[in-house]
Design a protein around this ligand. Structure first.
Ligand code: SF4
Length: 352
């Protein structure tokens, strides 16, 4: 069951409550370059990104946000470290949300100024705790631990709540998967604040995806998480693909076709690896809000069962395959036409 949180809004995107778990990423362009940044935002949006974060390293970047926020179709989140004045400038430039790291903003009063500005302008904040930049007194007391991460967030929350500001979410990130999961579980015990989840500095595409899948997946299966960012040392579009795959695997939200394929074995009598790869690649461009499943199976052991259970499927035999649609056998096809015939069946019947 999903952990109960209140709903906040970042622009038009609801986060928390019963809202769909949203997907976000972060541009890696020079955010002072409006054109390049807007182009990347469009690419991300096309891939399924619903909120996008931009680094704000200086005043020029904060001012450039005005043009970007006006032209982008998805809400912009400004990422602020160290300088609370950049947070205020970014809010004045029209961003929907500001991410503040309480560990490096240096003082409650500065954070309070940001809270008051967000409240006055009707914007959102993310209290984004990172295990790599915790306050020194917390490190002295608790070391790098779930206790220090959670306490850092709760301190900042207290400042916001004292000002009557509730339109904020929290993230509790660490590059350690077990520590991250532990921190979120601790935090969720006695709060209803919407949670932005992710594993920070997760690594390159393969390693980072696996670590994110384990961490984010564990949280989602515990009902925790209202918005997700997969953090990869890779093209940010890959983060969006990975985030959607994790949401689908956790049974939380679907946007793409889900492929079910067997690992192949000594019974396989077609080139199933190549067939499955081609089907997966062709399915990449099919958007499916209801989460279509396509099974690509090697033989009669589990093939007919899985192909019948999926929306579409093929159960292969010796140099051939039987194609299924919505549980029914459609046709038998030779191996060299299998992918074309299966994809034709998917396209003709997917909205039926
Ligand atoms: S479905 Fe058939 S070919 Fe595929 S792994 Fe299972 S037994 Fe092997």
């Amino acid at each position: 069951m999903r952990h109960k949180t209140r709903t906040i809004y970042a622009g038009g995107v609801p986060i928390g409550g019963d809202s769909p778990v949203s997907v976000q990423s972060m541009c890696n362009t020079d955010t002072r370059d409006t054109l390049k940044t807007l182009n990347q935002i469009r690419e991300l949006e096309y891939a399924g990104c619903e909120l996008v974060r931009l680094a704000v390293p200086d005043k020029t970047a904060a001012l450039t946000l005005k043009d970007i926020a006006e032209q982008a179709k998805i809400p912009i989140i400004a990422d602020i470290h160290f300088d609370y004045k950049l947070a205020i400038l970014s809010l004045e430039s029209g961003v929907a949300c500001v991410r503040i790291n309480p560990g490096n903003i240096r003082g409650k009063e500065r954070f309070r100024e940001v809270v008051l500005c967000a409240k006055e302008l009707g914007r959102a904040l993310r209290i984004g705790v990172n295990a790599g930049s915790l306050e020194q007194d917390l490190l002295d007391k608790y070391g790098v631990s779930a206790a220090s991460i959670v306490t850092s967030a709760k301190r900042a929350m207290e400042v916001a709540e004292n000002e009557g500001f509730t339109n904020y979410k929290v993230s509790l990130k660490s590059s350690s998967v077990p520590l991250t999961v532990q921190a979120y579980l601790e935090f969720a015990k006695d709060t209803d604040v919407p949670l932005h989840i992710g594993i920070t500095e997760a690594g390159g595409e393969r390693t980072g995806t696996i670590r994110s899948a384990v961490g984010i997946g564990s949280l989602l299966l515990n009902g925790i998480g209202d918005t997700v960012r997969v953090s990869l040392t890779a093209d940010p579009v890959r983060e969006i693909d990975a985030a959607w795959d994790i949401l689908a695997a956790a049974g939380v939200r679907k946007r793409k076709v889900e492929i079910i394929s067997c690992p192949t074995c000594g019974r396989t009598e077609v080139d199933l690896i190549s067939i499955a790869n081609r089907v997966e690649s062709e399915c990449q461009n099919i958007k499916s809000q209801n989460g279509l499943t396509v099974a690509v199976m090697g033989c009669v052991v589990n093939g007919p069962g899985e192909a019948k259970e999926a929306d579409f499927g093929v159960a292969c035999g010796k140099g051939c395959g039987v194609i299924f649609a919505k549980g029914d056998i459609i046709k038998k096809t030779e191996e060299n036409n299998l992918v074309e015939e299966l994809m034709k069946t998917v396209r003709e019947n997917m909205d039926a």
